[in-house]
Design a protein around this ligand. Structure first.
Ligand code: TMP
Ligand code: MG
Length: 229
């Protein structure tokens, strides 16, 4: 079974860029690695519905209860379960550009306590226990404040599921900051998480510098697996 690595963070934190660089780097070192990005908008029925949700087809952000919204994303992973398990069986490593924690952070952030914690636990159980999706061995949070992330969202190239520059969730800075706080709570309470700070003072760190730190988090985790019992 491969080592499963999830890259997490709010929209605009650089997950896509960093996941691709990480996979290139690991390939160069001779590892067999597969990259899977969620949502899989173009590959699953649930993914297509997620595109519609993010374009506002089912209402504005606060009009769709997050518990129901979370089921679209969980469904996308359930529909991809064979792809996930196949990747895990045939490679040393699988890198997820967003995974279950994206659902926990982005949907639970729409609620206040105590409902927030309830939803965080509910999503965890649905995805891992009911749907039987494997738990990651390492989750890396690319941590960036929402205001800085939105500068990067504005620079994104066109996406397949939306003709808008920023989708419903990306356009709301206050919401993205709440998501960031849920991510930080998850990272602080779970030993398999690592946090990579993407700011240096007020400046967004150089892509190469973040990539180096990310790679060293992964190398450290791999050395734990390789160590003899
Ligand atoms: P993307 O921007 O990475 O394409 O993801 C689309 C949005 O969906 C983003 O705001 C994060 C959110 N999301 C969830 O709420 N749950 C999930 O499981 C995933 C993968 C994404
Ligand atoms: Mg996005």
């Amino acid at each position: 079974m491969a080592v499963l690595i999830a890259i997490e963070g709010i929209d605009g934190s650089g997950k896509g860029t960093q996941s691709a660089l990480l996979v290139d780097h690991l390939h160069q070192q001779g590892h067999s690695v597969e990259l899977l990005s969620f949502p899989r908008y173009e590959h699953t029925r649930f993914g297509a519905a997620i595109g519609e949700f993010l374009n506002g087809k089912f209402g504005q952000l606060d009009e769709v209860h997050p518990q129901l919204a979370s089921l679209l994303f969980a469904g996308d992973r359930f529909e991809s379960k064979d792809v996930i398990l196949e990747a895990a069986e045939s490679h040393d490593m699988v890198v997820f550009d967003r995974y279950v924690a994206s659902n926990i952070a982005h949907q639970a952030a729409k609620l206040d306590e105590p409902q927030r914690l309830d939803l965080m636990q509910w999503i965890e159980r649905i995805e891992h226990d009911v749907y039987g999706l494997p738990r990651p061995d390492l989750t890396i949070l690319l941590d960036l404040p929402a205001t800085a992330a939105q500068r990067l969202i504005a620079e994104k190239s066109a996406r397949s599921y939306t003709d808008k520059a920023a989708d419903l969730q990306e356009a709301d800075s206050e919401y993205l900051e709440r998501v960031r706080q849920v991510y930080r709570t998850l990272a602080a309470s779970n030993g398999q998480w690592q946090v990579v700070d993407c700011l240096d003072g007020d400046d967004i760190r150089r892509i190469e510098d973040v990539a180096k730190e990310l790679h060293s988090c992964v190398t450290k985790r791999l050395s734990m697996t390789e160590r003899p019992e």
